[in-house]
Ligand binder design. Sequence first.
Ligand code: NAD
Length: 418
Amino acid sequence: MITIAVIGLGNRGSGYMRWTRLLNNRNAKITALCDSDEYRLNTYGDKYRVDKNNRYLNEEDFFKAGRLADAIYICTMDNDHYRHAIAAIECGYHIMLEKPVSTDISECEEIRDRAKEKGLHVVVCHVMRYSPFFKKMNQLVKSGKYGKIVSIEHTENIGYFHFAHSYVRGNWRDSEKTTPMLMAKCCHDFDLIHWLMGDGCRSVSSYGSLSYFKNENAPKDSGKICLDCPKQVREKCPYDAEKLYITAPIWRFTFLKFLGNVITGKPIYNRQDKYDSLRNGLFGRCVYKCDNNACDHQVVTMDYGDDRYVNLNVTAFSRLNYRRTSIHMEKADILCDESKGRFIINRFGKCKKTVYAGVIHFVHISGDIAIVKNFIKLLSGKPIKTDDLTFIDTTIVSHRNVMLAEQSRKEGGKLIYL
Ligand SMILES: NC(=O)c1ccc[n+]([C@@H]2O[C@H](COP(=O)([O-])OP(=O)(O)OC[C@H]3O[C@@H](n4cnc5c(N)ncnc54)[C@H](O)[C@@H]3O)[C@@H](O)[C@H]2O)c1
């Protein structure tokens, strides 16, 4: 039986615990928990039947207790990952570490080196790679049928509602205190690009800014919180928090309705808790009157050497939340649309296009399930394929590209050589 400790029982930590129990009931068990929120700690402690002596409210006591399980899921916030990873390595845990590892490359390298010294695995949660959709994309590119990649045009459509939730009202609104939007959102995209293109990125440049979610764009007469905003303003506002978090019909696909645990901070909540949190918390605030500074759109150009280029475009300004990638190869172009789970392959000189449709594209859920499954497999000593998990060495390469792109943006698009 593989035993798992978890630190950070929020949105991500609770999801991984759920999949651990559902998928690996017979060979893995959650045996120790740490979260600074007592209600969450005890709710999940009871749910997963974790011994009361193995529930910790404070990280110092948790790590001081030594190794309480074979492995640890580190699912705290971005700026805690380095500290928690180093402490976990000292205890001797194998680690499944939420992204980003750190925004400082030397901290990433230190985690890698210290883990290596102790013979411990550090797997980073680049969950996109393990989803059937992106696996198919990688398989098509590497099939050898279409020649080499000449260029990639990749767009991360964050979705207006998702952007407002995470980068205007929520956790990643202040890039100085957490991580820049490019790292928080696009470290997955950089990882996918690295997967397709290999190691050779030679230079990057980037432009980006916060253009829209600012006071000057607030509608006339709008309130500071949506619940107090005049009806005629709210009716026209796509960011009305009551609509997004409580009353929106499911067919609008704005999934924020299902984030009651995030906005209330409670694993178990009711409708009134949601209203209370919109009145008193972060997520009911007018999107034009928040304390945000995260870029709402950014572009990055990368030279991968050998005349191969990548252009990445990340934007708040899209109706849906999905990735769209055009891969231009020597003998065909491949159009990948995550929102439809569809690939269209146009081979040059042939009229007929090849279409693969319906490739499962619930990327997050399928990716989350796969990483948990493969991590437990790894710990159980079962063989895994090289593409089944992303280890920290691989992440360091793509994280470095993100960091340099962000540096370029701050320096007005300056070309930065690796
Ligand atoms: N892999 C992905 O695709 C993906 C997606 C979303 C978020 N993330 C990353 O996952 C991480 C967690 O995000 P989340 O949305 O679950 O956040 P969250 O705010 O929902 O959860 C964080 C949890 O950590 C707890 N916590 C905070 N400080 C702590 C401390 N010092 N000791 C113990 N517990 C502490 C909080 O009480 C909370 O329960 C972030 O770094 C985020 O960037 C990854």
